[in-house]
Structure formats: structure tokens, C-alpha cells
Design a protein around this ligand. Structure first.
Ligand SMILES: *Cc1c(COP(=O)(O)O)cnc(C)c1O
Length: 337
């Protein structure tokens, strides 16, 4: 099967497994795991932030961040299709007792003006606007990247109104590699950043939350409450350290493959339009919802897996486990449909 369902389907390479096998470990709840401590140090340093915290998933790093930034009754401002709102099981309400102010974005991105207009007046009737959460790249937007200037404008609004500024950077490395943006710049812009090791970077498990020492102190307490305190997790950290060293630059290959795939999808008679991919996500619009199901069936029968992406779209994601040959074969099949 040529599996385009997600960049989470990758399996660790031999070299990554070797690094995991050789990991020095300890009990991380006691703060004793040298590999975890090293991963957290390396990641924090990379972004020029004070501290980092390893967690089992990106959902957990996002939910912990929201929990630390807010109090029950506060309001979180985010895009209407953002992962923190749409794909985390209502966690903002369930875990943190917050309401959500949803903004309609362009390809998953919101503007400083929209944020400014969404901030509640200081009035006892209203929830208290407390946090802005952005997503880069945007999953539902089709792997789109924010410009630094757009982020700076939103940050200025957050500072003016004393709002926290969180980044769901599950695919931040895709954005940085594609645009040439700098990790330290992101560290300056945001109060907290979540990055996934288990997406394009090819680790089996893991995400990191970055922030100040005080923020991460509180995040560690919340992680324990959420059940995310792990013991000899250094085996997973070793995969993360390996990925940060070896799997960032190669994301360019995934982006090239996404562009090649998008071209083939445009030649496919069953596809109406294809959004020009910016990174490793390709979104193809088809005639209607029934067409989505039937095309996914046909693709599957020919050895290609993809997923439904809303009412009339299909998402393909390129990743580490898809070779040039896989892409070539998939393109041949897609063009012949
Ligand atoms: C995958 C993803 C996450 C985190 O997902 P987990 O499966 O919980 O690790 C968060 N945000 C975005 C945008 C994602 O695509």
C-alpha cells in the first residue's frame, strides 16, 4: 500500500531504532532520564526558549498549554477548523473549562485585524479573552505557512491586550524548511510552542511543549494530572534527538513529492480542482461527498490510501516512508483513473 493518509503512519528507520536501543534512560517522573533531559534541552535551545517538556502526543502538548494559559471561563481565540478546537475532542471545554471564539480563516490562517475584532470588551457579561492559538502549518488549510510579518502583527495585538500566544506547530518544521524561517524567531514570537516529533520527523511517539521555565513548571504539573508523566521515556527521546538531527532538512523531499502528486491529481479525470500545496499536504476537491467515497474505494483497490477531508475533498500527505518510486507509481495510477 502507498499510504498517503497521514505523515503519522511512518515507522522508525533502522538508524532511529538503533539510537533508541542505545538510549540511556532513567525515571523521567523523578527527572532522572538523561535522554529526555537532553531532548528537552536541545529543543529549547533550538528555539531560544528557556525550557521544554516531552509529552506523548501533540494533543496533550496543546491541551496542557491551553490549561496553563487560562482559567475556567476564559475564552480562547482560534481558527474554526484548527486542531485545538476541531480534533481534540472538545478538550478546551472539557480540560480547561474555557469557551472558544472561532474565526473564519483563509486557508486556515487568521489575521491580526480579525483577532483584534474578536477580543471581548472588559465587561462583566463577557467571557475574558485570554489566549490566541495559531496553527502552522495549517492542517485543514492544506499545509499552509504563515509569514513572519503576519505573525508579528498578531503578536502585537496579543501584547497590547495582554493575551497569551500559543502555536500549534505540529508541522512547524515543514513551515520552517519551506520558507527558510528561523526557529529562534518563533521562540521570540510565541509564549508557548507545541511541536510534533511523530509527524514529518518520523518518530514513533512524542511531542514537545516549549516555553519559559515558569510555564514549563506548571506544564509539568498539568502533564501529571493528564496522565502524561512517563518513566523510561528516554527510548522515545532518543528517537526525537535522532530526528531533530537527521530528519528536518529532508522534509524538502516530502514537499517536492507533494508538488509532483498535485500535478498528477490535476490530470486525473475524477478530480475537479487541486489546491497548490505549500508543504506536504495535498487537498483535491471532487464532485461531491459520494464521489469522495467512491474515489477512495477505487484508490484503495489500486493500492493507494488517502483520507476524506470534509464534504467534497480528499487529503494526501507525503512523508518519510514514501520513496520516489512510490510517488511515481501513485502518479501513474492516479493519472490513469
Ligand atoms: C497531528 C496534529 C496535532 C497533534 O496530534 P497527536 O496525534 O495528538 O499527536 C496537533 N495539531 C495539528 C495541526 C496536527 O496536525
Amino acid at each position: 500500500m502507498i499510504d498517503f493518509r497521514s505523515d503519522t503512519v511512518t515507522r522508525p528507520t533502522q538508524a532511529m531504532l538503533q539510537a533508541m536501543q542505545n538510549a540511556k534512560v532513567g525515571d523521567d517522573v523523578f527527572g532522572d532520564d538523561p535522554s529526555i533531559n537532553e531532548l528537552q534541552r536541545v529543543a529549547a535551545q533550538m528555539f531560544g526558549m528557556e525550557a521544554a517538556l516531552f509529552c506523548p502526543s501533540g494533543t496533550m502538548t496543546n491541551q496542557i498549554a491551553i490549561n496553563v494559559h487560562t482559567k475556567p471561563g476564559d475564552e480562547v481565540i482560534c481558527e474554526e477548523n484548527s486542531h485545538v478546537y476541531l480534533y481534540e475532542g472538545g478538550g478546551i471545554a472539557k480540560n480547561s473549562g474555557c469557551s472558544v471564539r472561532l474565526l473564519k480563516g483563509q486557508k486556515g490562517q487568521i489575521t491580526a485585524q480579525q483577532v483584534e475584532e474578536a477580543i471581548r470588551a472588559d465587561d462583566q457579561h463577557f467571557p475574558k479573552s485570554r489566549l490566541v492559538s495559531l496553527e502552522n502549518t495549517s492542517n485543514k488549510g492544506g499545509g499552509t505557512c504563515y509569514s513572519i510579518s503576519a505573525l508579528e502583527e498578531i503578536k502585537a495585538v496579543c501584547e497590547k491586550h495582554n493575551l497569551g500566544f500559543h502555536l500549534d506547530g505540529a508541522r512547524l518544521f515543514n513551515a520552517m524548511v519551506q520558507t527558510g524561517q528561523n526557529a529562534k524567531k518563533y521562540g521570540e514570537l510565541f509564549d508557548s510552542i507545541s511541536i510534533c516529533l511523530s509527524k514529518g520527523l518520523g518518530c514513533p511517539v512524542g511531542s514537545l511543549l516549549l516555553g519559559t521555565n515558569t510555564f514549563i513548571y506548571h506544564a509539568r504539573r498539568t502533564r501529571k494530572v493528564f496522565g502524561g508523566g512517563m518513566r523510561q521515556s528516554g527510548y522515545l527521546a532518543a528517537a526525537g534527538l535522532y530526528a531533530l538531527e537527521n530528519h528536518i532538512e529532508r522534509l524538502k523531499i516530502d514537499h517536492e513529492n507533494a508538488a509532483i502528486l498535485a500535478n498528477s491529481l490535476r490530470k486525473c479525470s475524477l478530480v475537479e480542482t487541486v489546491i497548490e500545496p505549500e508543504t506536504n499536504i495535498v487537498v483535491a476537491h471532487v464532485a461531491n461527498s459520494r464521489a469522495v467515497d467512491s474515489i477512495l474505494e477505487i484508490l484503495k483497490s489500486k493500492g493507494i490510501l488517502a483520507v476524506r477531508f470534509g464534504a467534497d475533498s480528499i487529503r494526501f500527505v507525503t512523508h518519510l516512508d514514501l520513496s520516489a518510486q512510490d510517488i511515481e507509481q501513485a502518479c501513474r495510477i492516479i493519472e490513469g483513473l
